[in-house]
Design a binder for this molecule. Structure first.
Ligand code: PBG
Length: 323
């Protein structure tokens, strides 16, 4: 207690403060999300996410050749003409994702390629699973498609597949399909605790994946529920997942911390589109310091327990901090 104890003693100058610093960001912690579109020589600015683009495969390869991030998370984005009720383009062996993965792995075999496995960008209704004629999500039928999709990504060379549909049993179904087809070495990172969040708004614009009818609240977790999130995430562990993920990150640091304390698996956190755009737009308005705010938020996510952070700011952070 004061006056014997003075907390400021160990932080009163930079040399002492450095000694007692607890958390560091590391280049190996960061995963950069990348949006892939069809066509050639296409680079589209995403209006709701300034400085984030969608790239056709050729330009994505050019970009990825020069990135410093050691891991990427790929999202396929297709036009409405490729979407249908059954997300058939998601399971096309010659589809967008398998081609992208092949070419990216060829250009950069040294980086970890992770693929998002979800139907929402490929269904005409925009839901993450199949929907019956009454608008009800067909969980078990969706598992077949998600497993096929994951298997196609694995065949193309993905190091890890990341199911984000929040269907029950998706990790089990995907693990089984991968193992039965000789892909027992392909890892799975599940969006294990994925909340029904307003912070995905800009992403849905980026990925052209908004639900046309209804919401995702019947399958994503309510922001009010932490016990439910824990139970859901730990079920994925039982189903044989390799990595768990919490998403969004900053509003859910309590979940991240609790999950980290209750598993021995590595845990990732996703600083989602809305978290990114808030910082970006506020700093463009001169309201926040972009570099300091982005660094502080990602550092906080690490401090709360994330082993890896999926961040649209990954490349900037590496540059700003000299990682
Ligand atoms: C697909 C998916 C979403 C995000 C990642 N995968 C959107 C959603 O569930 O609506 C959000 C990522 C972001 O906001 O940056 N299901």
């Amino acid at each position: 207690m004061y006056p014997e104890t003075r907390m400021t003693r160990s932080r009163r100058n930079p040399a002492l403060a450095r000694l007692s610093r607890e958390t560091y960001l590391n280049i190996n912690d960061l995963i950069l999300p990348i949006f892939i579109i069809e066509g050639q020589k296409q680079k589209e600015q995403i209006p709701s996410m300034p400085s984030v683009f969608r790239y056709s495969i050729d330009l994505a390869v050019e970009k990825i050749k020069n990135i410093n991030s050691k891991a990427i998370l790929l999202f396929g984005v297709v036009g409405d003409e490729k979407k249908d009720n059954n997300a058939s383009f998601a399971i096309d062996e010659k589809g967008l994702m398998p081609q992208a993965v092949k070419q990216i792995k060829k250009a950069r075999p040294d980086i970890a390629v992770i693929t998002d496995v979800c139907l929402c960008a490929y269904t005409d209704h925009g839901h993450c699973g199949l929907v019956d004629k009454n608008g009800k999500i067909e969980n078990d039928k969706s598992l077949e498609l998600l497993s096929k999709m994951a298997l196609i990504h694995a065949k193309a060379g993905a190091d890890m597949v990341a199911p984000s549909a929040m269907m029950d049993g998706q990790v089990h179904a995907i693990r089984k399909a991968l193992d039965e087809n000789g892909f027992e070495d392909t890892a799975i990172m599940s969006y294990a605790a994925k909340f029904a969040s307003a912070f995905y708004g800009p992403f849905r614009d980026a990925a052209n994946s908004s639900p046309k009818l209804g919401t995702r609240e019947s399958y994503q977790i309510s922001p009010a529920n932490s016990r439910e999130a824990m139970k859901d995430a730990l079920l994925d562990e039982k189903e044989g997942v390799d990595w768990l993920m919490v998403k969004p990150a900053l509003p859910y640091l309590d979940i991240l911390k609790e999950l980290k304390q209750n598993t021995r698996l590595p845990v990732a956190a996703y600083q989602v589109s809305g978290e990114y755009s808030m910082i970006k737009l506020a700093s463009q308005q001169g309201i926040l310091d972009e570099q300091k705010t982005a660094t502080e938020t990602v550092l906080s996510i690490k401090r709360a327990g994330a082993d890896a952070i999926i961040a649209y700011y990954a490349e900037e952070l590496i540059q700003w901090l000299g990682l």
